[in-house]
Design a protein. Structure first.
Length: 578
């Protein structure tokens, strides 16, 4: 048995080393768990817990040693009413904490994430007392929240009522215009505003929203969610609340709360219902106030697996073979929001092994993947894609992902990287796979460089998936199926489904999205056509002769399988890239 050691000696050690030094697991078990962690991205403690090597409280004690916080058994801890009254249920759920006791204007709270210091900063701001942390098991905190905070009956309308009663000054537009930065911070910290934002975030996660839009207009203020690519009105707060709401979001995402004349970008990492959710925030000054958009990156809702994005089996096997090559360029094309980056992350996730070094350069980094070195470009300091690529090549990578090819210098650097033995992933904005060649030539790339460096182009779209609970079969008329390219023989022999709507899908008839794809692989006959500067239409025809399944064909297969509707397929295929 190893010596226990003083708690101070563990403060700067990785938690896996603490488990080994305390004799809880062997070195071999740690290595096994680390390998599993690379595959699934889960916290190391959770991997060891699932393997049966540790108990929940083993993890809690180790986290306490590492963070110098007291570990507690929350299930046996009595929580007084004055501590519970200090923290609303919406705040406890948002940060996944539970108040423990209130002593001399210091609130002790239990957390399972002791190194997320922003939690303590936010709580100090919200409850206006000092905050001290203790470490408890994540499952125990979830049980305590359910026990002490039954599902709030509080609605958005009730919060509006509280705001009107407790913060009447916010209803006066003239006073709002004259608020100082200090006044703005006080307003943003008011409990009703905090509860309102927390409730909106929880609803967004529950409804699988990808974006939340806060939009001020001349006479009203709208909040909308983007669900499966479509915007829906959610609530309409009083117009005078837009400054309080935008100020609260700025505080959460570390923006300059007093700057309302220039656009800003920020980021916040919050825990909602036990899940870490990454919020990317953008503000834009308009004539009626700041428009704020929050991109919600919920890792639990994103399927970073090639088995989940929507490939048919043949294309999936082709693509898997391509991404396991050691050099060349693999491009993804399509309009904004068609899932290009998600597909590339799924590919990187699959080939992310201990024997390969993967570096990404993005604007901004969208998903944090364990084992990847991820770089964010910063235009303000002239840290551009070409400059980042130039330095990345000195870092001895095996695989590189360039978020987007935007200019000649970037594409030339990507080609140079591929020709010197690196596998390069990137994206372009083109309507189909064959048009990527024309786009690269337009950017000044010589055809012989395209033919010798690019291995494949994957074009894609996203279509809404029909709700499995309420989709209904119907017999379409010829006029219904012609826009999607079905022939009479094709549609007469198939069963078609259309959207209806039910509570499971918010009465939209759709739930989730699925990709449609065309994968153009650069075989020798295509490379010869590229050298001859053949137009994209000729390249496309040859690729189809070689067996390429077009976007239209893949979409028609998904319609015939009942995954999506004719209308969705038609809308996605008419979405041109500009």
């Amino acid at each position: 048995m190893c010596a226990q050691g003083k708690p101070e000696s563990f403060r700067h050690k990785p938690i896996g080393e603490i488990f080994v030094e305390r004799g809880l697991i062997s070195r071999a078990q740690l290595q096994e768990a680390l390998e599993r962690q690379r595959d699934n991205g889960l916290p190391l403690g959770r991997v060891l817990l699932a393997a049966g090597y540790l108990t929940e409280f083993d993890i809690v004690r180790a986290l306490g040693m590492q963070s110098n916080m007291e570990p507690i058994d929350l299930d046996s801890w009595p929580i007084p009413a004055d501590a519970l009254d200090k923290v609303p249920g919406s705040v406890a759920r948002l940060y996944n904490i539970i108040p423990l006791e209130l002593k001399n204007r210091t609130l002790f709270v239990a957390t399972c994430d002791p190194f997320n210091f922003s939690i303590f900063d936010d709580l100090r701001f919200i409850v206006n007392v000092s905050i001290r942390g203790k470490v408890a098991a994540e499952a125990a905190i979830s049980r305590a929240i359910k026990k002490y905070y039954p599902e709030d009956a509080e609605t958005v309308e009730q919060i509006f009522s509280q705001i009107s009663q407790k913060m009447p000054e916010l209803i006066d537009d003239e006073e709002i215009k004259n608020l100082s930065a200090g006044n703005l911070e006080q307003m943003a910290a008011q409990l009703p505003i905090v509860k309102l934002i927390n409730l909106i975030l929880v609803q967004a996660i529950q409804r699988r929203a990808s974006d939340i839009h806060f939009e001020p207009f001349a006479d009203d203020f709208k909040i909308r969610f983007r669900l499966d690519g479509v915007l829906y009105d959610i609530i309409a707060p009083p117009k005078s609340l837009h400054l309080a709401i935008s100020s609260r979001i700025k505080v959460m995402s570390s923006m300059n709360i007093a700057e309302t004349r220039l656009p800003q970008d920020g980021r916040a990492l919050v825990r909602i219902a036990g899940r870490m959710v990454d919020l990317r925030v953008s503000t834009l000054p308009t004539i009626f106030g700041e428009s704020v958009v929050i991109r919600v990156l919920d890792k639990a809702a994103v399927q970073l697996s090639l088995d989940e994005v929507g490939f048919n089996e043949e294309v999936k096997q082709q693509f898997r073979s391509l991404i396991n090559r050691t050099y060349g360029i693999i491009l993804s094309t399509g309009p904004t929001g068609c899932g290009k980056t998600t597909t590339q992350y799924a590919a990187l996730n699959e080939i992310n092994r201990v024997d390969s070094k993967i570096i990404t350069v993005e604007d901004p980094v969208e998903y944090d993947l364990p084992g990847l070195i991820q770089v964010s470009v910063k235009a303000k300091i002239n840290f551009t894609f070409p400059l980042a690529l130039r330095h990345i090549l000195r870092q001895d990578p095996d695989i590189i992902m360039v978020g987007e090819i935007r200019d000649t210098e970037t594409v030339q650097m990507a080609i140079h990287a591929s020709l010197t033995g690196h596998l390069v992933f990137s994206t372009l904005h083109t309507n189909d796979a064959a048009s990527a060649v024309t786009r690269l030539i337009d950017m000044g790339v010589e055809p012989f460089l395209i033919a010798s460096s690019v291995e494949a182009v994957l074009a894609q779209r996203l279509v809404r998936r029909l709700c499995g609970q309420c989709r209904e079969a119907f017999v379409p008329l010829p006029v219904d199926v012609e826009p999607a390219g079905f022939t009479r023989d094709q549609y007469e022999a198939k069963t078609f489904y259309r959207a209806r709507g039910c509570p499971q899908c918010d009465n939209s008839g759709y739930r989730g999205r699925v990709g449609i794809f065309e994968l153009l692989v650069f075989e020798e006959d295509l490379r010869s056509l590229i050298l001859d500067r053949a137009p994209s239409s000729v390249l496309r025809q040859q690729a189809i002769k070689n067996g390429m399944l077009s976007l239209q064909d893949d979409g028609r297969r998904k319609v015939a399988a009942g995954l999506t509707s004719i209308e969705e397929l038609h809308n996605s295929l008419t979405m041109a890239v500009h």
